[in-house]
Design a protein around this ligand. Sequence first.
Ligand code: FAQ
Length: 315
Amino acid sequence: MKETNLEALETAFQAKIDKDIRIEPKDWMPEEYRKTLIRQISQHAHSEIVGMLPEGNWITRAPNLRRKAVLLAKVQDEAGHGLYLYSAVETLGADREATIDDLHSGKAKYSSIFNYPTLSWADMGAIGWLVDGAAIMNQVPLCRCSYGPYARAMVRVCKEESFHQRQGFEIMSTLANGTPIQKALAQDALNRFWWPALMMFGPNDSDSPHSQQSMDWKIKRFSNDELRQTFVDVTVPQAEMIGLTIPDPDLKFNEETGHYEFGAINWDEFWEVVKGNGPCNADRIAARRNAKENGQWVREAAMAHEEKRKAKQAS
Ligand code: FAQ
């Protein structure tokens, strides 16, 4: 393509973004915009699917029928989110199977948070409250993302995530108001999930190579640090309300700024987990690989059935 032609296309594309006009799959887009979206949306899809594992582990051990039904529904919602997101990736010309193979080979990233173990029932509360809470904080602005299919998928995802967040907070609140042992379980879950939840928002803005371009393209509407701060400001009073303590001796409210100041995040831990060396990375990938291999016969049977149906219809 001629230089001037390309420049004109790029200018028209940015003008659309600046006017908040959505970019749709058949519209012209810069290759880097397409690549950025494929990267982010596929990582997001993988996170939803891998994110089913830590909670799936507790479905058979939920303390009563109501809790079991709710947890089952939540984990199924996450599968649904993964499916919308893989479909959104396909609208960009990416091959779904290839993106999944990248997850299984360790090439593709997924959220660091899902590489931590779920040790007690209280972890189901902490995940809903903190992990879904952080996910909503990050995903509500994505409903206004410049890429149409991603933005539309996020609307439904966010509605479901907000139910997830509330059910998690309700578990935490029940445990925190229960026996001393139940309260201790809730506090222990908060202690283990607090810092990994803050890491979910990604590196500090000064160390985030993609943020500026993604903000210029209105893929991201707020920076990693802005969203993390909002999450802390919203979540600390919730912990106080149910009598739990945030595990951060440096946490304090700044009257002047109206924000909570918090302690240093352990970025070495974050990057180790992202690189594949977290407590559960190997287990998570092995579980996904097994699911694909063990499900092969189901896919083959479904295809054979479809072929038979088509042949019958044709005759
Ligand atoms: N974990 O330059 P940035 C959920 C990577 S869904 C692993 O700041 P960007 C629902 C990043 O990819 C949770 N890697 O990157 C649920 C990049 O690496 P690359 C997932 C991370 O894209 C709840 C590098 O670091 N949500 O929880 C992480 O501008 C409960 C540099 O970073 C989404 O995916 C991390 N935490 O900003 C399910 C939302 N953070 O690609 C089950 C959509 C950063 O160059 C149970 N994604 N990295 O190799 C986003 O909003 C963005 O992609 C960010 C990162 C904010 C995650």
